[in-house]
Design a protein around this ligand. Structure first.
Ligand code: ATM
Length: 238
């Protein structure tokens, strides 16, 4: 279960990528609520479909039947009394199922996996947001299949006040039930953002910051430019 991120992120000069051929890579999208990462992962997936690039689009919490059941518990605003440790273990349970049933099988078949949130969300939300000790999180992160780290992470960075306004507007528009995290105050989301930015500082090669302000098509162009420079053989260009 060891994926060679260096090879994937910097393919040998001149490496070709015939249309339709696969390139194994585990790519995660992260950011605070309202940063636009879900729109961006969908736009990238559509562009990959157009180019015939074999990939799987998935998300956390979720991605499996069991994961979606756990997601309902985690996002239900009625569960105000969920403890930070119980919350952490539910995210990890959903992840263990997701890794075993979706992510690792797809990577083993040589596919690209695009995942909307993954372990950095746990570090930022449960670690910084809920203030759980980092060594507890990292101990869980060494358990068997949970040890898998992404090859590349795109971090969509946006001012939390702006991002929250976007997220709340979206919830109202879609009459969605979800919202346990949207009820948190601005200080919580600021801590989560700080958590993400300090992770990016610790892993500058794996985590690339994408400026998330602006229209969706402008941010999409930034994503394509970055993907084009990291994976030239995929032929993705703005
Ligand atoms: P989405 O917003 O990407 O659907 O994720 C649902 C929530 O789950 C999100 N809430 N907000 N804001 C962040 C939260 N989350 C964690 O707290 N820890 C995790 O490990 C993951 C994957 C998500």
């Amino acid at each position: 279960m060891c994926y060679d991120a260096a090879r994937l992120i910097a393919p040998p000069a001149g490496a070709g990528h015939p249309e339709g051929e696969s390139l194994r890579a585990f790519i995660t999208f992260e950011g605070i609520e309202g940063s636009g990462k879900t729109t961006q992962i969908q736009l990238l997936s559509e562009r990959m479909d157009q180019r015939g690039i074999d990939h799987v689009l998935t998300r956390e919490p979720g991605g499996t039947e069991v994961g979606n059941e756990i997601r309902r518990i985690l996002l239900n605003p009625a569960h105000r009394d969920l403890t930070p440790l119980a919350e952490l273990l539910l995210y990890q349970a959903a992840r263990a199922q997701h890794l075993a049933r979706v992510i690792v099988p797809a990577l083993s078949e040589g596919k690209i996996v695009l995942c909307d949130r993954y372990k950095d969300a746990t570090r930022a939300y449960q670690g910084r947001g809920r203030d759980l000790p980092p060594d507890l999180l990292e101990r869980l992160n060494t358990l068997d299949i949970l040890a898998l780290e992404p090859d590349l992470t795109l971090l969509f960075d946006l001012d939390p006040a702006l991002a929250l306004a976007r997220a709340r507007h979206r919830e109202k528009d879609r009459h969605r039930e979800e919202g346990r995290f949207e009820q948190e105050d601005l200080a919580f989301h600021q801590r989560v953002r700080d958590g993400y930015l300090s992770l990016a500082g610790q892993h500058p090669r794996r985590i690339r910051i994408v400026e998330a302000a602006g229209r969706a098509d402008e941010v999409h162009a930034r994503v394509l430019a970055l993907m084009g420079s990291l994976f030239p053989s995929l032929g993705l260009r703005p």
